[in-house]
Structures are given as structure tokens and as C-alpha cells.
Design a binder for this molecule. Structure first.
Ligand code: UDX
Length: 437
């Protein structure tokens, strides 16, 4: 099938590449000339494990093309995906100007029947708005479909190629058939394509992310309670997770969720609720808990150093909001850095992928180390903010002998508490009883 993807950001590039991989002819359109030139020349613009190989192969074999020319880009396509940004506006609601802007342009360009697909995360009712924006100047028949993505950064290719489910929101039989054919190769293992109306599809995306965010904030509060009551969150997590109704996944406490999706989507759903005079109280609490959780380690650090961080130097491992990505949007590490620096401390950081992005945002506010051990030089303590695999089994002798104090504040529960105690560390984590120094 011939398809066009408008917007070559994270979602657009993964979508376009994965559709090309299943034999479709894909044209990706973007207004950014530099980006289009780079991509056409075979330079990938995002970091996502496994994507580059597919990208290079499909580009070489001619199934993947890039252009800045929207009209030319869509002329032969049967399906047009809109993978455009929907950043939060000042009031937290999703800004639809990119999507509606392109929709208006599309109207007069359509020469035959096309299916136009909202891939971006958009508030309920957007499909109707897109339909109206295109219809203003369209002379041919078209359908608008809501087809939300559920891609996790770091495993997006796998999520796209083998989705748990595909949600297709449209009331048009014709569009259902086109979309069903397009997605058939991705659900051969029996996972469902769930057909529904547009609004339900739009809400499904927000409900999924908000539910997952709720699960995390809930566990983070249980972790706080564990510390206060002298219980161990790892035990409680395992105890509740083996109930199928709860499930084992997404129950790991930490220093809060970040990234481009959860914070934005929870906020947008709260805003959508307000617009229909409903106050989504659980989600207000989820956001509030998460804001506080990002600084969960700070009172522990302060207590250890007798509330005086002035002149102290910290090693910080992990900057990305989670492992296997260079994404630092809403990353807890940045909040921790801010708090430490404001308290008069200095920080030396290391992250396997995210350092250039952090440098772009906070510049020389911190020192950037060559590797994780180089952060330890002259450091009073080590703080861990992201659970990269390379941090999981470090050389503890090296850490112990480099740090001025043998103390680790771990926001991701990487190490065994008893083991750390044996090694003689003062080790503090989230929701587990601290080891004595
Ligand atoms: C998420 C959704 O999973 C995906 O379906 C959606 O389309 C986009 O948003 P992503 O933002 O890439 O994907 O990250 P994810 O792996 O889901 O993790 C989100 C955040 O939750 C991270 O900050 C992570 O550290 C945190 N998290 C996750 C926890 O704190 N505890 C957990 O048990 C799981």
C-alpha cells in the first residue's frame, strides 16, 4: 500500500519505517528542510534501538522517501498519517495548531479517496475537528480515523511490530477495511485490532497512559508508607503483583515518571475533564504525588549531610527520564540537579546517551564526566536517577574508595539492601529500609 506520514518526529519516523518494513511504499513529509535532507542522506535523527537498521535498509531499497512537499508527498497515498506535535499549551490542554494547520492544507490537495489518520495523541473530539478542517475545501470523499500509538521509547520498534493491540477509531466501513489490511501483518500472532468510534479511540490513549501513571504514583505512595511503617515495598510489590487483576508490571517505585507522554497526557486529560465541568480528582493527586516524588531523595541527602549541602560535591548517575533513551523531558535528574545546585552543591554527571541533550539545556551548571566512575572524583556521595543496565553491577570497591563518604542514594532501587550493608555502604533507596552505615 502507498502511505504518507506527515511529521518525522519520534512517532512519525518509527511509524513510517515500520510500515516500510512490511512492504509498503512510504513517503514521509516534514517542513524542516534540514531534517529531510539528513534523513534522505541516510542520517537518522532520533535515537531508538533497532530503528537505524530498518531505516537504512528501507531507504536503500526505495520503500522509504522523504520530502518537504506535502502535495507531492500525498498525491499517490491511500492512507495519510498525521504524526504531528501536540505540545501542551499554557493551560495544559493539547495545542492542535499543527494538526489543524496541515488538515486545512490537505483539503484542496485531495484528488481521490483517502484515509487520514490521527496518530498523534489528541483530545477527544479532534477527529471531528480534523474532518471539518479538511472538509472546508475538499472536493472528494475522505475518512478520518483515530489510531493512537502506544509506543514506549527504547522499545518502540518492538512495540510497533508486535503491538499488544491496535486501536482503530472510525465509523466508516471503507476506512476500517483499509486500516485492517494495513495492520494485518502486525497482528499475526493473534493480538487484536480493536475497532471503535473515533472518540473512544482518542480517549483510550489518554486512559491507558493515565492509568499507568496512576499505578506508578500509587506505588510511590505505598513506598513512602513502607518507610514510615517499617515495611519493604519490594515485598509488597511482589505480594500484590501476583494477583492477575493487578499485574506484575509498572509497580516499581522510584523518583517519579517523566518523559514526553505521561506528564503531558495526564495533564491533558485533567484539562479535558474540566472542559466538560468534571474534576478528575484521582489524576490531580497522581500529578501532585509525581511532582513531589522527583525530589524524594532530597530530604535523605539533607538529613545525611545535616541540612548543609553548601560546598558538597555529588556524583549523579543517569539523566534520561528512563534507560535506553536520550530523552530528558521531565526527567527527575534535572529536578535533583536544580535542588542540589540551589543548595550550594556542585554536581558531576554521567549518562550513556543523554549528556548532549542535558548540556543543551543546562550548559555548565554541572560537570560532564567521561564515564560513570569519573563522576566519583572528589564526590561526597553518589546519587542514582536512572536505571541504565551499566549501573546495575558496578565496581563497588571503586565506588567505595573514590567517594569521600561511602554513601549512595538510589532513586531506582538497583541494589540489594543487605548486600550494600555487607559492603559497608550507607545505602538509601525508595521504600526499603535503609542499611546502617
Ligand atoms: C509511555 C507508554 O508506556 C506508552 O504506551 C505511550 O505511548 C507513551 O508513554 P514512555 O514514555 O516511553 O511510554 O515510557 P515508559 O516506559 O512507559 O515509562 C514511563 C515512566 O514511568 C518512566 O519515567 C519510568 O521511569 C516510569 N516508571 C515505569 C516507573 O516509575 N515505575 C514503573 O514500574 C514503570
Amino acid at each position: 500500500m502507498k502511505i504518507t506520514v506527515v511529521g518525522t518526529g519520534y512517532v512519525g519516523l518509527v511509524t513510517g519505517t515500520c510500515f516500510a518494513e512490511t512492504g509498503n511504499q512510504v513517503t514521509c513529509v516534514d517542513i524542516d528542510v534540514n531534517k529531510v535532507n539528513k534523513l534522505s542522506a541516510g542520517q537518522i535523527t532520533i535515537y531508538e534501538p533497532g530503528l537505524e537498521k530498518l531505516f537504512e535498509r528501507n531507504l536503500k531499497e526505495g520503500r522509504l522517501n522523504f520530502t518537504t512537499d506535502l502535495e507531492k508527498g500525498i498525491s499517490e497515498a491511500k492512507v495519510i498519517f498525521l504524526a504531528l506535535p501536540t505540545p501542551p499549551g499554557e493551560d495544559g490542554s493539547a495545542d492542535l495548531s499543527y494538526i489543524l494547520g496541515v488538515s486545512e492544507k490537505l483539503g484542496p490537495m485531495l484528488k481521490d479517496y483517502k484515509v487520514i489518520v490521527d496518530k498523534s495523541t489528541v483530545p477527544v473530539g479532534t477527529a471531528d475537528k480534523v474532518h471539518a478542517a479538511i472538509a472546508k475545501n475538499a472536493k472528494v470523499e475522505f475518512d478520518v480515523v483515530s489510531n493512537p500509538e502506544f509506543l514506549r521509547e527504547g522499545v518502540a520498534v518492538e512495540d510497533f511490530m508486535k503491538p499488544d493491540r491496535v486501536v482503530i477509531g472510525t465509523q466508516s466501513e471503507k476506512a476500517r477495511k483499509v486500516m485492517g489490511d494495513l495492520y494485518a501483518p502486525f497482528v499475526r500472532q493473534g493480538n487484536p485490532i480493536i475497532y471503535m468510534d473515533e472518540k473512544s479511540a482518542e480517549l483510550t490513549k489518554y486512559a491507558a497512559n493515565s492509568f499507568l501513571a496512576t499505578k506508578i504514583s500509587f506505588m510511590n505512595e505505598i513506598a513512602i508508607l513502607c518507610e514510615k511503617l517499617g515495611a519493604d515495598v519490594d515485598m509488597v510489590r511482589r505480594g500484590i503483583g501476583s494477583d492477575d487483576r493487578i499485574g506484575k508490571r509498572f509497580l516499581f517505585p522510584g523518583i517519579g515518571y517523566g518523559g514526553s507522554c505521561f506528564p503531558k497526557d495526564v495533564q491533558a486529560l485533567v484539562k479535558s475533564s474540566q472542559e466538560v465541568s468534571y474534576s478528575f480528582r484521582i489524576l490531580d493527586a497522581v500529578m501532585d504525588v509525581n511532582e513531589k516524588q522527583k525530589l524524594f531523595l532530597l530530604p535523605k541527602v539533607n538529613a545525611y549531610f545535616s541540612n548543609n549541602l553548601k560546598g558538597k560535591h555529588f556524583a549523579l548517575w543517569g539523566l534520561a527520564f528512563k534507560p535506553n533513551t536520550d530523552d530528558i523531558r521531565e526527567a527527575p535528574a534535572l529536578y535533583i540537579i536544580d535542588a542540589l545546585v540551589n543548595a550550594g552543591a556542585t554536581v558531576s554527571v554521567f549518562d550513556p546517551e543523554a549528556m548532549p541533550n542535558v548540556k543543551g539545556v543546562i550548559g555548565d551548571k554541572v560537570a560532564y564526566a567521561e564515564n560513570q566512575y569519573a563522576t566519583l572524583e572528589n564526590a561526597d556521595a553518589l546519587i542514582i536517577a536512572t536505571e541504565w543496565s551499566v549501573f546495575r553491577t558496578p565496581d563497588f570497591d571503586k565506588i567505595g574508595s573514590s567517594l569521600k563518604h561511602k554513601v549512595i542514594f538510589d532513586g531506582r532501587n538497583l541494589f540489594d539492601v543487605a548486600h550494600m550493608q555487607e559492603l559497608g555502604f550507607h545505602y538509601e533507596s525508595v521504600g526499603r529500609l535503609p542499611a546502617k552505615s
